[in-house]
Design a protein around this ligand. Structure first.
Ligand SMILES: Cc1cc2nc3c(=O)[nH]c(=O)nc-3n(C[C@H](O)[C@H](O)[C@H](O)COP(=O)(O)OP(=O)(O)OC[C@H]3O[C@@H](n4cnc5c(N)ncnc54)[C@H](O)[C@@H]3O)c2cc1C
Length: 409
């Protein structure tokens, strides 16, 4: 009889695992509230309509040979080899037995418990977040164009704040700037002069994980584009209208996007396995999960939610994918691998607006238009399906030729 594998999640690590695992030997069940895979590197482009939402997702049910349940996993009982699940739509609860469990639940956005962030900021993690941002951006422009609005109110509606100077915050600020330059100036002609983009960062530089020269280059380009960068500026509190910084200053905002880092999910925090100081599940180099001194032979954790004890892996799509491929190979070979997991970083890319990008690769540090072409072609080749590739190319051409769609629905 086939062994039952249950995999929790439909992100980068889960998808690469599901594709590689041998379905002739294993019976594969996938549990996730998301019935599609999301290509997050292009998510910032959907927030202003450079790319359409459906172009960067792929339904999990397109993968043959698996069973899928659209539910949250709410608890794990490793001793009795069971997980508890709950359908977020109907509230239906049920349990699933497993022979092998793979936890691939990723992380959530970290609010650091700062007052008002959950209630007032928008996150950029899921497609539903990008849709909310896109609606809000357009609303800000429509509100600011109503008659009887004072100069100050108009300025406040059009002050876009982005918290987090990592790649996600930078790419969102860049996309927003492109939207203003290429579309707002044509479609909301009188409003472009009121727009302000403010990038808030608690540390002393943006893109701290990139090479210092590339981070400095981005700062220079952003300054030239009038994107205000506030470094060394931790946020203390947020309310409906104002952002309060630690240094005692505050300012009004029309939209606040919060992209200030990651934290572990509730499931991971409460699961009872050993966690590291960042709250990731500790594993051995074969992704077996530890509880106390014991290594669980049939429970594995991969992707951003996991950390190999004593071995650093970055929280990137590239690394998550490799963990999934490694684990599938290990299980396909009857729990055998010649070598423990070893990660070779191929580098990082980021879009910084106006057809410029950064390429931070081991052998090459590139900026500008050349890096932009590389960024586009690299992500195009990594998109999951042929359909995604065609749709994204079509969206890029459409945006170039006729601009972004500002309809709200
Ligand atoms: C906007 C954005 C841009 C990014 N850009 C890049 C980039 O350019 N390059 C790069 O390398 N990386 C990028 N990343 C990071 C990259 O997306 C992550 O490192 C990667 O997605 C991690 O993969 P994962 O499989 O661990 O988790 P994820 O891909 O986050 O998947 C987690 C899955 O678990 C599911 N899940 C969560 N909780 C539960 C539960 N309780 N029960 C069941 N299922 C659950 C989720 O629905 C999801 O399907 C970006 C991230 C974001 C948000």
């Amino acid at each position: 009889m086939k062994k039952k594998i249950v995999i929790i999640g439909t992100g980068f690590s889960a998808l690469s695992f599901i594709k590689k695992i041998n379905k002739k030997i294993f019976d594969v069940t996938v549990v996730s509230p998301r019935n599609h895979f999301l290509f997050t590197p292009l998510l910032p482009s959907t927030t202003v309509g450079t790319i359409e939402f459906r172009s960067i997702i792929e339904p999990v049910r397109n993968i043959s040979g698996i069973t899928f349940h659209q539910s949250y996993c709410t608890g794990i009982d490793a001793t009795n080899s069971k997980i508890e699940c709950e359908d977020s739509d109907t509230g239906k609860k049920y349990a699933l037995d497993f022979d092998i469990l793979v936890i691939a639940v990723g992380e959530v956005t970290n609010t650091y418990g700062i007052k008002g962030v959950n209630e007032n900021a928008l996150f950029l993690k899921e497609l539903s977040d990008a849709r909310k941002i896109r609606t809000k951006v357009v609303d800000c422009f429509e509100n600011a164009s109503l008659p009887g609005i004072s100069y100050q109110e108009r300025k406040d509606f059009l002050r876009f704040a982005v918290c987090g100077g990592g790649p996600t915050g930078v790419e969102f600020a860049a996309e927003l700037h492109d939207f203003i330059e290429e579309d707002v100036k044509r479609k909301y002609r009188d409003l472009a002069a009121y727009v302000e983009i403010i990038l808030i960062e608690a540390g002393n530089s943006i893109l701290a994980s990139f090479d210092r020269k590339l981070s400095e280059y981005t700062t220079k380009i952003f300054k030239r584009q009038n994107i205000v960068i506030k470094t060394n500026s931790p946020v203390k509190e947020v309310d409906e209208k104002l952002i309060y910084l630690d240094n005692g200053t505050s300012f009004n905002y029309g939209l606040l996007v919060w992209a200030a880092g990651n934290a572990s999910t509730n499931l991971v925090r409460n699961v009872g396995f050993n966690l590291d100081r960042r709250g990731k599940i500790l594993t051995d180099p074969y992704f077996r999960v530890r509880s106390g001194d014991k290594v669980n032979e049939n429970v594995f954790a991969i992707g951003d939610c996991a950390a190999i004890e004593g071995y650093e892996i970055p929280a990137t799509a590239q690394a998550a994918q490799k963990t999934g491929v490694f684990l599938a190979g290990y299980l396909n070979r009857n729990f055998y691998s010649e070598r423990p997991f070893n990660f070779k970083n191929l580098g990082m890319l980021a879009y910084i607006g106006k057809r410029k990008a950064l390429a931070d690769l081991p052998q090459y540090k590139g900026t500008g238009f050349g890096a932009f072409l590389f960024w586009r072609s690299a992500y195009l080749t990594r998109l999951v399906s042929f359909k995604n590739k065609v749709l994204v190319i079509f969206d890029w051409i459409k945006t170039f030729v006729s601009g972004r769609d500002v309809s709200n629905f």
